[in-house]
Design a protein. Structure first.
Length: 238
């Protein structure tokens, strides 16, 4: 009988231990669920980790206020619920913006890191009100009242030719750029450079611009008023 009693007692002890383990497992699972729920509420819904400040860096043409308005970040919104990609897309729609990155600085600050476009040349407005600054991709991104120093002045029959002008100007080395008074594009194949000393360069299209620069530098060693590199394999000086 004692062996039966011992066996029964061992079974009871085993069951108690299993019950305690089960209860402990359930308790831990509940605590984990509660902790996750609390963390989710804290990060995603409470005001504890909400946006209290928006800062902007890297702007010169634009003001910080213009960037903030475009970003449209509502103060008080939980940091985790800010859609960074959407914010960056809205700011990138501003013409002077080349790149923008949104950074979260916990617990409550959003920083917008802006890289603005750099001017490659300037297009004089027909109404004489100022100049459009154009970057290396041919995008006109802002208007200024006076011509910035060191830029080439350009004219184009229409805005679609600005990328062609940019493709030419970006290839001009400093020794040549300092001689360029202006560049114009009457058509895609009608790009012309006006140089100092009343010299003109018939450039043609923007294709093979790097090679045309090499040919032109050699041609400029000859006396002439018109240098034609529109067909760079068969250049001419007149």
């Amino acid at each position: 009988m004692s062996r039966v009693s011992d066996a029964t007692e061992r079974i009871r002890l085993r069951r108690r231990r299993e019950t305690r383990r089960t209860a402990l497992t359930v308790t831990i699972s509940i605590l984990v669920v509660l902790a996750v729920a609390a963390a989710t509420w804290l990060v995603g819904f409470s005001s504890v980790l909400a946006v209290r400040d928006v800062t902007v860096t890297g702007v010169q043409t634009l003001s910080a206020e213009q960037v903030e308005q475009a970003a449209a970040i509502q103060l008080g919104t939980p940091m985790a619920r800010i859609d960074g990609a959407a914010v960056e897309q809205r700011v990138a729609a501003l013409s002077p913006v080349k790149e923008v990155t949104m950074e979260r600085h916990w617990p409550s600050t959003i920083t917008l890191v802006v890289t603005e476009r750099s001017p490659l040349f300037a297009v004089k407005q027909n109404n004489g009100s100022g100049y459009l600054l154009v970057d290396s991709t041919g995008i006109a991104y802002t208007e200024v009242a006076t011509m910035p120093k060191g830029l080439v002045t350009a004219t184009a029959a229409d805005a679609s030719l600005l990328p062609d002008l940019a493709a030419v100007v970006v290839e001009l080395p400093e020794e040549l750029r300092t001689q360029v008074k202006s560049i114009s594009a009457a058509s895609r194949d009608g790009i012309t450079l006006t140089l100092t000393s009343s010299r003109k360069v018939v450039w043609g299209s923007a294709e093979r611009s790097r090679f045309k620069v090499t040919v032109l530098l050699a041609l400029l060693k000859q006396k002439g008023t018109t240098y034609d590199v529109s067909a760079p394999d068969f250049p001419a000086v007149r």
